[in-house]
Design a protein around this ligand. Structure first.
Ligand code: AMP
Length: 491
């Protein structure tokens, strides 16, 4: 089975060859004939299945005929990273055609996007907020849109974008082809899909596919020991690229700093970073400049990096879906990967939910020789899963009117109190705590949490810290291989 069956334009066939694809993936086999016929699709598939090409190739085929330099395909995606990735796939596959692709998203200047639109583009890949801005300013004309793609619709819903989507829909012609992709189908998404699709063909591809190529393990550990455990595991485990997930932006930033100070080539990826920094982090991780990327869920959506051998959930995700998405970053395209999750006591309900979806209990592991008694100050505590869910389930008005996904959940005082109380049991710290250190430039809130030292008297965070001794790269299993490769290249 190859791409010849689709009778694509030779220029597009050449693009497929340039991309290195030889065999269509299952979703491409199922969806492409339907999309090429002009029918609507309801695609139950997640990133990693090849769905981008499944819609992009038929769009490129459509654009080989008809007018140029007007927007004929609009692809809406929840995050800038995903938007860039879709555009990049389109540029590779369409490199021998005349199709032009423009991305439209917030966090960067509008002018280049407006200029690019003025020069004329047939495909626009957009995030909802900036797209609505440009529509409002009459900088984009969507009246010629023939194909509308909504990608990762469930995440757009999680991020509070559904009202924006409905607004955008008013600006595209009612007579169009609509391709709707979502990894899950909660009621709101099903409602939106049935409103906007006409006699769709449903295409469903292994929603929990990563389970087949990824092995899962849980590492019960108190929050205060997570960093130390991570450092120990990184030293003991042969890895390729490692993606570490934290629950908050601040924890991502702090943890990346700690890993860097311990000699790792690491970048952070979190939503407070400027777009160019985010892109540089992803590019650096992809190219091998960084071995470790410490990310939050939203920032990591759509990351497509080959050879991620390990996903480490430093913090438990909030939902099973987020877990599936995180581990979907490893074990891609038939490769195997490992998903390690640090769990605290509060995480048990989520562990049970994950095990239910995976259909198996997940192995609990302890790291041999690791001192589980030596609690040290944690990063700034992330609110517990329970507290976050409570905060998210509150009406928007109580969240300060923020969109759900962006809300900084304020844990109810009782939940916060009980969590801090459990720290206090584990780590009798002096008055300074993780919070107190947080605002100090250069010191970070991690205080004495950095080096894998034996448990000592509680760290004195205000005293000058002995810098952690980086493990020489050549002694770390993962990096030893890399060092060898580098030498080989230089030789
Ligand atoms: P996606 O689900 O669109 O994010 O794609 C996941 C990964 O699969 C990307 O790295 C694509 O370049 C790759 N891919 C998509 N289609 C194919 C194919 N037919 N053969 C090999 N790799 C593919």
């Amino acid at each position: 089975m190859n791409f010849d069956q689709f009778s694509l334009d030779p220029r597009i066939r050449a693009g497929i060859t340039s991309a290195g694809y030889t065999t269509p993936t299952p979703i491409q086999q199922q969806a492409m004939p339907v999309v090429l016929e002009g029918r609507d699709i309801l695609g139950l598939a997640q990133t990693g299945t090849g769905k981008t090409a499944a819609f992009m190739l038929p769009i490129l085929q459509r654009l080989t005929k008809g007018p140029l330099r007007k927007v004929r395909a609009l692809i809406v995606a929840p995050t800038r990273e995903l938007a860039e990735q879709i555009a990049e796939t389109g540029r590779i596959l369409g490199q021998h055609t005349k199709a032009r692709i423009v991305t439209v998203y917030g966090g960067v200047g509008k002018t280049p996007q407006i200029n690019a639109l003025r020069q004329g583009a047939e495909i626009v890949v957009a995030c909802p907020g900036r797209l609505l801005d440009l529509i409002g300013e009459k900088q984009i004309d969507l009246s010629g849109v023939e194909v509308l793609v909504l990608d990762e619709a469930d995440h757009m819903c999680d991020m509070g974008f559904l009202p924006d989507i409905r607004r955008i829909l008013k600006h595209v012609p009612a007579k169009r082809q609509t391709l709707f992709f979502s990894a899950t189908m909660p009621d709101e998404i099903r409602g939106l899909a049935s409103d906007i699709l006409t006699h769709p063909v449903t295409v469903q591809i292994g929603i929990i596919a990563p389970a087949e190529t990824v092995s899962h393990a849980l590492y019960p550990v108190p929050d205060g020991l997570k960093t130390k455990l991570l450092l120990t595991m990184l030293q003991q485990t042969p890895t390729e690229r490692v993606l570490v997930f934290t629950r908050t932006k601040r924890r991502a930033r702090s943890l990346a700093e700690i890993l860097e100070k311990n000699g790792y080539r690491v970048a952070a990826l979190q939503g407070n970073m400027a777009q160019n920094k985010r892109q540089a982090a992803i590019n650096g991780f992809r190219s091998g400049e960084y071995d470790i990327l410490v990310a939050t869920d939203i920032a990591a959506r759509g990351i497509d990096v080959a050879s991620v051998s390990h996903v480490i959930n430093y913090d438990m995700p909030d939902t099973v879906d987020a877990y599936t998405h995180r581990i979907g970053r490893t074990g891609r395209a038939q490769l195997t990967g490992e998903a390690f999750t640090f769990t605290e006591q509060d995480d048990e309900p989520m562990v049970r939910a994950i095990e239910k979806v995976l259909g198996n209990p997940v192995e609990r592991r302890r790291v041999a020789g690791f001192d589980y008694a030596g609690a040290l100050p944690s990063l700034k505590p992330a609110p517990s899963t329970y507290a976050r869910q409570q905060a998210q389930s509150r009406p928007a008005a109580q969240n300060g009117g923020r969109k759900q996904g962006y809300a900084k959940p304020a844990p109810p005082p009782a939940a916060q109190g009980s969590r801090q109380a459990s720290y206090a049991k584990a780590q009798p710290l002096p008055a300074h705590n993780a919070e107190a250190g947080a605002g100090q430039p250069g010191k970070g809130q991690h205080g004495g949490n950095m080096a894998p030292q034996p448990p000592a008297p509680p760290a004195k965070p205000h005293a000058p810290e002995k810098p952690p001794v980086p493990t020489p790269a050549a002694n770390r299993p993962s990096l030893r291989r890399r060092a060898g490769r580098r030498q080989g290249t230089q030789a």
